[in-house]
Design a protein around this ligand. Sequence first.
Ligand SMILES: Cc1cc2nc3c(=O)[nH]c(=O)nc-3n(C[C@H](O)[C@H](O)[C@H](O)COP(=O)(O)O)c2cc1C
Length: 342
Amino acid sequence: MKKILLMNGSPKLEKSVTLILAKAFLAGLTETGDYEVEQIDCYKKKVNYCTGCLTCMYVTDGKCIYDDDYSEFFEKYLSADLVIWSMPVYFYGMPAGVKTFFDRMTMGITSTLEVLSGKTLTKVQRKPLYKRTVLVATGVYYSLENNFEPVKKQFELIYRGNVDFLFSPSVQVLGIPFLQYKTGPYLKEITNIGRRYGEQGCISQKDMDYAAEPLFDLETYLYFVNHYRYDFYKNKTEELKLILQQMLYTYEPNPALQGRKITAGITLKDMDLVFQLTITANQCFIRYEDFEGEDISFVMLSKAFLDPKPIGDKNKSNFSNFTDIVVSLCRTKRKQIDLTKW
Ligand SMILES: Cc1cc2nc3c(=O)[nH]c(=O)nc-3n(C[C@H](O)[C@H](O)[C@H](O)COP(=O)(O)O)c2cc1C
């Protein structure tokens, strides 16, 4: 049986979005052999910072001055066949709680230096540190460029190239249940990538590219992230959040609308709520105030949006094509549409 150590490097612990990705990958990988997986949450462990005293290097033959949770981790690390680091990118690198784990690895290194490839000075290992590794990392920025390069380079240097990468930028959407119509197939493919990794021992460029491809167009993503994180959902009920998020996320860019803007008034009768939905060729957004002239108005009940059907299955959903429905009803010249029976 092979041992996999899953290092959860997110301070959000089980709420980590990266962990969703890492677990999807592992689900595929573990299908390909006899594996035992152990998860360690870096941020649950009491691990002191490396003080740089080098006692472990010069005096104690690899023993640190601290007697903390690191010793137990280090034994597990050394005996693992594969280590999967799962972490958010913080300021283009690894989060502090993960870096502490690497700094303390000094106890696996001797003071001897050697020259590699004619130029690289590196320390000789006392322990097998440079093992087979996968780095699963996520970030909130939209793309990999000018973002993931530092952490990638750092892992390549630490593991002397013996590392595969699974990066997912613009990841904020992964943990949102009602986006499953997009995130579900994505995570399924991440599981396939894990399976291929188990069979072939590497993650191909094609698979890395797939993982890194944003799930939503930039504008939709920005709209969601910016509003989600700041004022958009303030004072809104959970139900309403769900309705509005569904509305924004089931929108697909519609080139046929080029140069046009459709504004639809929406009254959710049972919630006593009025807002406006604006749809253009490449954007869809919601207003609560400062209303503009409307092309069409709808009266509806919130259950049209809250029906569990829409979640997870775009094709069967009433709501999946709501923005398309608005656009096509607009062409009928009807000004008021009652969808309370919908
Ligand atoms: C201190 C801090 C620094 C961050 N720096 C970056 C960054 O450099 N690039 C990026 O894309 N996201 C950055 N983010 C966003 C996180 O990487 C992102 O929210 C991540 O997907 C969260 O993953 P988790 O849920 O697994 O913790 C940063 C977040 C924090 C809190």
